[in-house]
Design a protein around this ligand. Structure first.
Ligand code: GLU
Length: 417
C-alpha cells in the first residue's frame, strides 16, 4: 500500500476539475479545506479497571448544501489527514448524488478486534458524548464506516438522546431497523457499486452476464457487491480480505465464501478456491470488472501499470491515487469514481433520515428502486459532462458536476460576516 497522503489526493482531484471551472483562488481554497476538525482524547476504563486513552476526530468539511454527513471509522491507521480527506470526499459525494447534505467524517484510532464488546461500548459512548454538542439532525449526522455498523450507531443514538433528553433517531443513520434504521441501508453501498458498474457496462456496450469480476475486500461493501453481481449473472472469479485472496476460474459462490469467512475469520483457505493469490495478483487480474472495496491507496501508479481490468467501480473511498488515475486514463480503463459508485450508502442514509423525520417507514422495494433511479440519473449526468466538455476521466467529470453544485449553493448563501 502506498504512502500517499489522502488529503493531498483530495486536493489534487479538486485542482484537476477546477481547471474546467471559473473559480477564484479563494473560492478554490475554500472548496479544498475543512471548515473545522474536532480532535479529542477519550479516556476509557478497560475491563480490568485500567484507563486507556484513544485519539478521535470529527471533521466537518463543508455544509453549504445541508448538514454535514458522513461515517465514523474505527481503525489503527485513522489520522487527522485521513479524516479530513474522507470528509471532503463526502461533500463531493453528496453533491454528485444531488442529495441536500454536506460532508463530514469521523474516526477513532483503535483496532476494534483487540477490545471486548463492553469496552467498545464505553469507547463509543465516550466519543458520542464529545460529539453531542456538534451533531444534530440539522447539524451533523454520523453513520457507519470501516469497522462500525448498526451496533455502534445504536449506542451513539442512545447516548445523544439520553444527554439531550429527547428522541431524535435522525441524528445518526445506519441504525438497526428496530432503532429507526432503514430497509436496504446495510446493502446500499455494495448495491450502488454494482448498479454503477451495470450502467458503465451498458455505456461501453459490454455484457454483464458472464463478465469476470475481482473484488478486493470482503467487508460489508465488498461482500454485498459480490453477492449482487453474482446474482446478475457475472462470475466472481476472485475475492480477498486482509488475510489473502482466493481464485476460481468459473466463479466463487459469494454466499458460501461469506459463510466460510464468518466461521474462520478470513476468506483464505476456502476449499472451493482453485488457488490463492497475492493482493497484487488479484488487483492485476485480466477481468472485465475490478471492485476495490478495502482502504485508500490500494492502487498506486506502479500497480496501475499492470491493471488489466476494463472497468473499475470504487466501493472503497480513495482506493486509486491521483497518479495511478492518470495511468488508468491513458490506458482507457473506465473508472467509476467512489463519489458516485459507493454513494449508495449515503443515499440510503438520506432516505433513513427522511423516514426518521417523517416517522414513516418505506418498504425495501421502494428504497432499492429509488436508490437505483438516483444512481442511473447521476451516472447519466457524469456521461453528459464527460462528453460535452471532453473531460479526461469520469472522476474529473464527477468533480466538475459536484464542485459546480457546491459553488452554486455557496454563492447563493453568500459570505458572512
Ligand atoms: N461511510 C459511508 C461513506 O463513506 C456512508 C456515509 C453515510 O451514510 O453518511 O459514504
Amino acid at each position: 500500500m502506498s504512502e500517499v497522503n489522502p488529503y493531498q489526493s483530495l486536493r489534487t482531484q479538486i485542482d484537476e476539475a477546477a481547471e474546467y471551472l471559473p473559480l477564484s483562488e479563494g473560492q478554490l481554497e475554500r472548496l479544498k479545506t475543512p471548515e473545522r476538525v474536532l480532535e479529542t482524547n477519550l479516556s476509557v476504563e478497560m475491563d480490568d479497571g485500567s484507563i486507556e486513552v484513544f485519539r478521535a476526530y470529527r471533521s466537518q468539511f463543508n455544509g453549504d448544501r445541508g448538514p454535514y454527513k458522513g461515517g465514523i471509522r474505527y481503525h489503527p491507521q485513522v489520522s487527522r489527514d485521513e479524516v479530513k480527506a474522507l470528509s471532503g470526499w463526502m461533500v463531493y459525494k453528496t453533491a454528485t448524488s444531488n442529495i441536500p447534505l454536506g460532508g463530514g467524517k469521523g474516526g477513532i484510532v483503535i483496532d476494534p478486534n483487540a477490545y471486548s464488546e463492553d469496552e467498545l461500548e464505553r469507547v463509543t459512548r465516550a466519543f458520542a458524548k464529545e460529539l453531542t454538542p456538534l451533531i444534530g439532525v440539522d447539524r451533523d449526522i454520523p453513520a457507519p464506516d470501516v469497522n462500525t455498523g448498526q451496533r455502534e450507531m445504536n449506542w451513539i443514538k442512545d447516548t445523544y438522546e439520553t444527554l439531550e433528553n429527547t428522541t431524535e433517531p435522525g441524528v445518526i443513520t445506519g441504525k438497526d431497523l428496530s432503532s429507526g434504521g432503514s430497509e436496504g441501508r446495510v446493502e446500499a453501498t455494495g448495491r450502488s457499486t454494482v448498479v454503477a458498474a451495470r450502467e458503465a457496462f451498458e455505456y461501453l456496450d459490454k455484457d454483464l452476464e458472464h463478465a469476470t469480476v475481482a473484488i478486493q475486500g470482503y467487508g460489508n461493501a465488498g461482500w454485498i457487491a459480490a453477492k449482487l453481481i453474482y446474482g446478475m449473472g457475472a462470475n466472481v472469479v476472485a475475492v480477498s480480505d486482509s488475510s489473502g485472496a482466493i481464485y476460481n476460474e468459473t466463479s466463487l459462490d459469494p454466499v458460501a465464501v461469506k459463510e466460510y469467512k464468518r466461521e474462520t475469520g478470513s476468506v483464505a483457505g476456502y476449499s472451493e478456491a482453485e488457488r490463492e493469490l497475492t493482493n497484487e495478483e488479484l488487483l492485476t487480474l485480466d477481468v472485465d470488472l475490478l471492485i476495490p472495496a478495502a482502504l485508500e491507496n490500494a492502487i498506486d501508479e506502479s500497480l496501475a501499470d499492470d491493471i488489466s481490468a476494463d472497468v473499475i467501480s470504487e466501493a472503497a473511498n480513495g482506493p486509486i491515487t491521483p497518479k495511478a488515475d492518470d495511468v488508468l486514463s491513458e490506458k482507457e480503463i473506465l473508472v467509476i469514481p467512489d463519489i458516485l459508485a459507493n454513494a449508495g450508502g449515503v443515499i440510503v442514509s438520506y432516505f433513513e433520515w427522511v423516514q426518521n423525520r417523517q416517522r414513516f417507514y418505506w418498504s425495501k422495494e421502494r428504497v432499492n428502486e429509488e436508490l437505483d433511479a438516483m444512481i442511473v440519473e447521476q451516472f447519466q449526468n457524469l456521461v453528459d459532462a464527460y462528453e460535452a466538455q471532453d473531460l479526461p476521466s469520469f472522476r474529473t467529470a464527477a468533480y466538475v458536476v459536484a464542485l459546480q453544485r457546491v459553488m452554486n449553493a455557496s454563492e447563493q448563501n453568500g459570505t458572512w460576516p
